[in-house]
Design a protein around this ligand. Structure first.
Ligand code: RB5
Length: 150
C-alpha cells in the first residue's frame, strides 16, 4: 500500500500518479488534500508519513509545488527518509543507497510523464544494505540521540 499526500498545488500531479498506480495495479491510500482549496502541506505530509511509520503503508509519495516543503515536513517524522526528486536516477539511488521510504516531487518542477518515470524507478529500486546500512544507522542515531557514537 502506497500512502499519497499533496497540497493544493501538488494535487494535479498526485492525480497523475494515482492513475499511473492504478494502471500498474498498485494499491494506494490518499491522505489528502482532496480539492484545490488553499491548504498547508505539512498537514498532509504528516498524515501520509504517519501511515508509513505505523506500517499501514509500505511507502509514500508526496506532491507540492516544488516537492521541497512537503519533503522537509515528512522528514520531521521519526523514521521517515523522504527524497525530493526531479529525475529518475536520484530516485533509484535513493532506494538502493539511502533506503528512502518516501518520495516527493514538485508539480511546478516535473511534468506528468517525467513524474511517472521517477515513480517507476523509485518503486523498482531495492535497498542494497551492506556498506549503506552503516550510514542509514548513523542517520537513525542522529534522529534518536542528536549525535553519532558516544
Ligand atoms: C504553495 O504555494 C507552495 O509553497 C507549496 O506547494 C510548495 O511548493 C512548498 O514547498
Amino acid at each position: 500500500m502506497i500512502a499519497l499526500g499533496s497540497d493544493h498545488v501538488g494535487i494535479e500531479l498526485k492525480r497523475v500518479i494515482m492513475q499511473y498506480l492504478e494502471e500498474k495495479g498498485l494499491a494506494y491510500k490518499d491522505f489528502g488534500t482532496f480539492d484545490t482549496e488553499r491548504c498547508n502541506y505539512p498537514e498532509y505530509a504528516l498524515k501520509a508519513a504517519n501511515a508509513v511509520v505505523s506500517g499501514e503503508c509500505d511507502k509514500g509519495i508526496l506532491c507540492c509545488g516544488t516537492g521541497i516543503g512537503i519533503s522537509i515536513a515528512a522528514n520531521k517524522v521519526k523514521g521517515i527518509r523522504c527524497v525530493v526528486c526531479s529525475e529518475p536516477y536520484s530516485a533509484l539511488l535513493s532506494r538502493q543507497h539511502n533506503n528512502t521510504n518516501m518520495l516527493a516531487m514538485g508539480s511546478r518542477v516535473v511534468g506528468g510523464d517525467l513524474a511517472k518515470m521517477i515513480v517507476e524507478q523509485w518503486l523498482t529500486g531495492v535497498y542494497e544494505g551492506g556498506r549503506h546500512q552503516v550510514r542509514v544507522d548513523q542517520m537513525k542515531e542522529i534522529e534518536e540521540t542528536g549525535k553519532i557514537g558516544k
